[in-house]
Ligand binder design. Structure first.
Ligand code: ATP
Length: 208
């Protein structure tokens, strides 16, 4: 297995790159999806959240009501810290288990981690880190134009993130997404070839 940490700021294009890599044959572990999975009904994290925040965070079917949870934690640093302490370790553990399930497969395993930090590299044994980057104004335009996000909300989210420079400093390879979708597609093909060469250099089988 060759493990890749994939990150990028909000609206940078990392999901587009992750989807293309899956099309080319990568196996994807998406931290956002894992974060949703660990709070499914019946999972211990959901029970712990209910114990801490009360049943108002559940919808009528007993699923987590994310909006209600956001409301009870909004502007309350202690509540936010408690939420992170209850969820982050479980997300990390689940990702470690998912990685272990692929350990002996000759695959390129891509971990899409929006808020990637240096400690994730050791925790998940990344062989390399790739960051998708584009100018903030362009990310804003895409989030508002393509996703229908409120501009002020998108701006707030971008401001709360790590800076572009700090994020790029984490990466061995930066994908520049300041061009059109065709350019991103071409850059991702090139990335896929580079990752495959690295996989083979690390002892993987030559294919194609
Ligand atoms: P988030 O952090 O919100 O999940 P993301 O980094 O995963 O965002 P994407 O969802 O891949 O970003 O891209 C954001 C939006 O911009 C999408 O609607 C996507 O189709 C569009 N997009 C991405 N790259 C380009 C591009 N080069 N040209 C035009 N549109 C693009």
């Amino acid at each position: 297995m060759y493990a890749v940490g994939l990150s990028g700021g909000i609206g940078s294009g990392k999901s587009t790159v992750a989807d293309l890599l899956v099309e080319f044959g990568a196996v994807l572990i998406d931290a956002d999806q894992v974060a949703r999975d660990i709070v499914e009904p019946g999972r211990p994290v959901l029970a712990a959240l209910v114990e801490r925040f009360g049943t108002s965070i559940l919808d009528a079917d007993g699923h987590l009501d994310r909006l209600a949870l956001a409301q009870v934690t909004f502007g309350d640093p202690d509540a936010l810290a408690a939420l992170n302490a209850l969820t982050h370790p479980a997300i990390g553990l689940e990702m470690i288990e998912l990685r272990a399930s692929q350990e002996h497969q000759d695959v390129i395993l891509v971990f899409a981690v929006p808020l990637l930090r240096e400690e994730h590299r050791a925790m998940l044994h990344f062989d390399t880190v790739v960051v998708v980057d584009c100018p903030t104004e362009l990310a804003l335009e895409r989030l508002v134009g393509h996703r229908g996000m409120d501009r002020a909300d998108a701006q707030r989210r971008i401001a709360a993130q790590m800076s572009r420079e700090d994020r790029k400093a984490l990466a061995e390879r930066v994908i520049d997404n300041s061009g059109d979708l065709a350019a991103l597609h071409a850059a991702t093909i090139e990335l896929w070839e580079w990752l495959n060469a690295a996989r083979v250099a690390a002892g993987g089988e030559q294919r194609g």
